[in-house]
Design a protein around this ligand. Sequence first.
Ligand code: KG4
Length: 342
Amino acid sequence: MADKEIIILGIESSCDDTSAAIIRDGVILSNVVASQKVHEEYGGVVPELASRAHQQNIIPVVDLAIKRAQIKRCAISAIAFTRGPGLLGSLLVGTSFAKGFSLASKIPLIDVNHLQGHVLALFIQENGVEFNPPKFPFLCLLVSGGNSQIILVRDYLDMEVIGQTIDDAAGEAFDKCAKVMGLPYPGGPHVDRLAKQGNPHRFEFSRPKIPGLDYSFSGLKTNFLYFLRDNLKTNENFVEENLADLCASLQFTIIEILLGKLKRAAKETGIKEVTVAGGVSANSGLREALKVNAQKHGWNLIIPKFEYTMDNAAMIAITGYYKYLNREFIGQNAVPFARTQL
Ligand code: KG4
């Protein structure tokens, strides 16, 4: 197998980004992402609109990814697609497209778990860029709009969730609290930006008392909502007048919750190789706090490149690459699943 190059087309359509990427022998050749702006005015992803937008985007996005990679369609070794978890209507678009493409071009299919993709994004290589992947076993804090998990990664395809949210994800807490402050969707990056000018210790918000390595963010969200509601009764400009401090205090609390369990996981497992993945890992406060903790606890911290932390098809293609090496293919009977574990 080593003498023939392996070219994987990755397709991602689990939520509101339509993406296609080409990876050759683990090295990225192209990664095209079409983000859907249509949801902004609704303050959250509207599943029906997401499916329709995927349907419109999928062919031009795949076409562009192949063109940018400067490869021929017939050179593709396998098509890797996100099978779940995600929005079912969105997943159906990518899955059906991948199946059709596979059947018409006689190219094998590989199904990919979106969460595994987020973790394996750490192994995407770029031409001319030093490759510094984590060493097994490592811990990955996976924080996105739909997930908050601590994953023990033993090998490329051997992962165990050792802690996870029992309700909302960290990204949801960012987005929903941002929404009640009147910030645009998705709110996470806005909170991050505003927090830089605020005092993180100005307001105290509740922290969950959950046993083990699990997370919970619904209590914080409710606490934040009631706190604003109570203060708005006496001052209708409370949010505007305190926006930066509110964002800084909220972000500080979310980071404290995330890092509390991560530190515990590192201590309990004795693992010092620590990584982060998912959209929320773009948060500057979280990145800083991770660096501080890495120094303090002697962790070897690996933070992926920003563009590979958000939903993208490069992470699906790299996972497809490792599944290809393992000869893990799937047939035309593949159906997407909205909810799944690793
Ligand atoms: O992984 P991702 O692209 O997709 C989903 O799981 O949906 O993550 C999106 C999430 C959103 O909740 C968004 O607000 C959050 O990542 N996010 C951030 C930042 N950038 C994106 N949260 C906090 N700070 C950021 N800088």
